[in-house]
Design a protein around this ligand. Structure first.
Ligand code: ASP
Ligand code: MG
Length: 438
């Protein structure tokens, strides 16, 4: 059995919904996790904003516009009157409920219930469409098995205990449809797994049921070993270790967030990233299988990085200096990405420079501070365990004509990062690519 998750754009229109059904209808038992149609969750949040601002009329008008879009999608999706009537009734009930909430004061419970409705609508519409097509399917309610514990972490035991009995057989070819994103909290109120949380729903379900594969279907062309906009002849990345994918997650949205990946990694269930626009392509498989030592998988870059250096004689042979430095960043809620130290200085990189001025002012109490803006992190990812030899020198050799501000290696077994000027990025990516992949 597999779990297949489709995001908002993949169910964003009648045509796209039909495409999803075509993809999942291959005779195998599976759980299909769906997001809300694209734009819906935002529209529902907008609805709560109207209510928070005391504008019930605006709220109702806004939600009525959304309902009109749904009516149109329903018209396009079904060919049989009976099924479009069913869908209009189901979706209509949800909109009526939303309108009834508009006449009450907005509570945080209502708010969570409101944003949960997008996934309720998309899954109902797809389930009704499958019924129209005569496909053996069943609509699940994720609120029956997805629950957060008091510490806000998903309750895996509850999930397995409550979902397993709902799956009648793993071999009857039935397609189970479930809402992504939504869940109950520990006090039995409707809640959610945060924005974009449908991926998380899919990996949690896949891990709890120990499925053979969790598939995440999106619209974007999968992972490449290099940025195809910059480097020619880049290749798709077919396989990543979970750790490698976590390193790459910082560099762009094409990869799952490490939190989403974790349940699958712990349960040893492989995750495959696939592209709805090119469904025959193999995609990128992420699992616990070791990449051959010394193999470099991908090179990624992140722009708009600021480097901050603090130099201080006081640091020499002292303890507690780093703590003081880190506390300053913490108090301004700024996360440090790269860090390099010597006995008399520390350099750090940040990607959020909103509080840079306050941070440098505070750091100046402890030493001399230098700031370099418009920098870029280049990250080389692979199985780079330190006992292997050669890859560090290959990467360094590629950077021989480029001024390098910082180098970070050994933080994990999976990356070497260089901090360089943003203007040198393309040159660095080309040089690394040539040196490493050709
Ligand atoms: N519908 C939710 C959102 O827009 C969850 C998701 O799409 O993953 O954030
Ligand atoms: Mg989404």
């Amino acid at each position: 059995m597999k779990v297949m998750k489709f995001g908002g754009t993949s169910v964003g229109s009648a045509t796209r919904m039909k495409g999803v059904v075509e993809l999942v209808n291959d005779g195998e038992t599976k759980i299909v996790v769906l997001s809300a149609m694209s734009g819906t969750t935002n529209a529902l949040i907008e609805f709560t904003n109207y209510l928070r601002n005391g504008n019930a009329i605006g709220a109702v008008e806004h939600i009525t516009n959304l309902q009109n879009k749904y009516r149109q999608t329903i018209k396009e999706l079904y060919s049989d009157e009976k099924y479009s009537a069913m869908a209009n009734e189901k979706v209509g009930e949800i909109f009526n409920h939303l309108r009834s909430l508009a006449s009450q004061p907005l509570t945080s419970d209502n708010e969570k219930e409101i944003v949960a409705q997008g996934e309720m609508m998309s899954t109902n519409m797809v389930a009704i469409y499958m019924a129209e097509q005569g496909i053996n399917s069943a609509l699940l309610n994720s609120l029956d098995f997805m629950r957060l514990k008091a510490n806000e972490e998903p309750d895996m035991e509850y999930l397995a205990t409550n979902l397993n009995p709902l799956i009648e057989s793993r071999t009857d070819g039935k397609i189970y449809i479930a809402q992504g994103f939504i869940c109950m909290d520990s006090e039995n109120r409707i809640s959610n797994l945060q924005r974009g949380g449908s991926d998380y729903t899919a990996t949690l379900i896949g891990a709890a049921l120990q499925v053979e594969e969790i598939q995440i279907w999106t619209d974007i062309d999968g992972m490449h070993n290099n940025d195809p906009r910059i480097v020619e002849g880049t290749r798709p990345v077919r396989h990543l270790q979970f750790e490698e994918s976590a390193e790459l997650a910082y560099f762009g949205a094409k990869i799952l967030h490490p939190t989403c990946i974790l349940p699958a990694k712990l349960a040893g269930v492989p995750v495959r990233l696939l592209n709805t626009m090119d469904p025959k392509a193999e995609g990128t498989l992420i699992d616990n299988n070791l990449t051959e030592p010394g193999t470099i998988k991908a090179i990624a870059a992140k722009d708009n990085i600021t480097a901050i250096k603090i130099k201080s004689g006081r640091m020499l042979l002292a303890y507690g200096f780093l703590r003081k430095v880190f506390e300053i960043f913490e108090s301004y809620r700024t996360s440090i990405d790269m860090i390099c130290t010597s006995e008399v200085g520390v350099s750090m990189s940040i990607d959020n420079a909103n509080r840079l001025e306050e941070i440098t002012n505070e750091l100046q109490k402890y030493g001399t501070v230098t700031v370099d803006k418009d920098m870029c992190i280049i990250c080389v990812v692979g199985n780079l365990t330190w006992e292997n030899t050669g890859f560090e020198s290959r990467a360094m050799e590629a950077m021989k004509d480029i001024p390098v501000r910082m180098v970070s290696y050994g933080g994990s077994n999976y990356n070497i990062s260089f901090l360089i000027r943003m203007e040198d990025k393309e040159k660095a990516l080309r040089a690394l690519s040539k040196q490493i992949f050709n």
